[in-house]
Design a protein around this ligand. Sequence first.
Ligand SMILES: Cc1cc2nc3c(=O)[nH]c(=O)nc-3n(C[C@H](O)[C@H](O)[C@H](O)COP(=O)(O)OP(=O)(O)OC[C@H]3O[C@@H](n4cnc5c(N)ncnc54)[C@H](O)[C@@H]3O)c2cc1C
Length: 424
Amino acid sequence: MAHIVILGAGTGGMPAAYDLRSAIGKEHRITVVNALDYFQFVPSNPWVAVGWRERKETTLPIAPSLAKKGIDFIAQRVDRIDADGNALELADGQRLAYDYLVITTGPKLSFDEVPGAGPVQGHTQSICTIDHAEKAWADYQTFLQDPGPAIIGAMPGASCFGPAYEFAFIFNKDLQRRKLRHKVPLTFVTSEPYIGHMGLGGVGDSKSMLESEFRNHDIKWITNAKVTKVEAGKMFVTEMDENGQPKKEHELPFKYSMMLPAFKGVDAVAAVEGLCNPRGFVLIDEHQRSKKYRNIFSAGVCVAIPPVEVTPVPTGAPKTGYMIETMVSAIVHNIAAELQGQSADAKATWNAICLADMGDTGAAFVALPQIPPRNVNWFKKGKWVHLAKVAFEKYFMYKMKNGTAEPVYEKHVLKALGIVRLEK
Ligand SMILES: Cc1cc2nc3c(=O)[nH]c(=O)nc-3n(C[C@H](O)[C@H](O)[C@H](O)COP(=O)(O)OP(=O)(O)OC[C@H]3O[C@@H](n4cnc5c(N)ncnc54)[C@H](O)[C@@H]3O)c2cc1C
């Protein structure tokens, strides 16, 4: 019997547990360890931040769902990974031994790289967790009493730009519905070299399309923006030129701001000797396996992938749902194969497919492969994307509650977009 431990029960970890359960025999034990006792559907957080969703719609208790599938669950933070001793040390002092470890710990939110940033010790909101999104919603309601300038965007070193665009459009739409938009000058401040870059070097005509959408919605922008400091009500931004030299200094007043931070690997993972790159992301081979510890696999935001290109202000490449799903599928195949004495030869497809909501419409993009030039480079806008995103949220929550082992993107999204044939 093997004991497989999955560390992190988010977008990658929960499906990994269900898929593994259906792929390996009941004689093998699976345990999920997560710092919190609930699952949260992170892509819904922009809606939570404007009151379009509530916590109860986008979270669910983990233990009952995993129990139904015969998967053990421990709601504890992991403080240390003893990779040489094949064990985890949990915050309550427990030591949990494993034969295989799957690390799906997502990001550490690196607000401390910009003084004054972040929702706890700083002055900017975040939508990265349900707690942050709820705080963003509470502060938004105060802002609505006395509206003024707003700033939305992404900090230097950020990689997850899609949600910043989503939030800018959703924020815009919500203010329009409340007939308050005319009181809110809105600026999008981003480390990307141009609007629509998204850490991917652009996708199709994302630059023109998103610039046009910003113009149509009276959203101004500053690109190549290095936010250096945030004070209460004021953001300090150095705008760089294409050579990475300072071009212009901005002092931007605001009454509300949501800025996506740079990501790092979480402390317990980053601290393991030889496991990670300097930012704490897990170094893996093409089979999602640690280069140093051969019984450790990793998927999701916590893995190291190189930036698509060097940009004047540092940016990273996003790790989105479809990519995470294929990483998980590869890990499940590889662990199941090894348990049967076969070779672990499955690989993930590191492609980017994303549905981005814009309030009542949306934009879908497909970048295959992630690094240009691409075989598929597709970016489309339409109301159907908004509807598809709502349907995706409902389906993913259903799947997490009921333990359905099924790759959502592979089975539904790719087919709906008509791109299965192109990818293969
Ligand atoms: C606001 C936002 C919106 C997004 N929207 C989309 C979208 O629409 N489409 C898309 O494709 N991608 C989207 N993404 C990108 C990506 O899909 C998500 O970030 C996704 O949640 C990443 O999954 P993950 O499993 O890597 O990490 P997470 O879902 O963040 O899960 C990590 C889990 O590990 C746990 N954990 C961390 N450290 C420890 C520890 N030491 N001990 C125990 N547990 C630990 C955490 O509590 C968490 O439950 C979005 C990202 C953000 C931030």
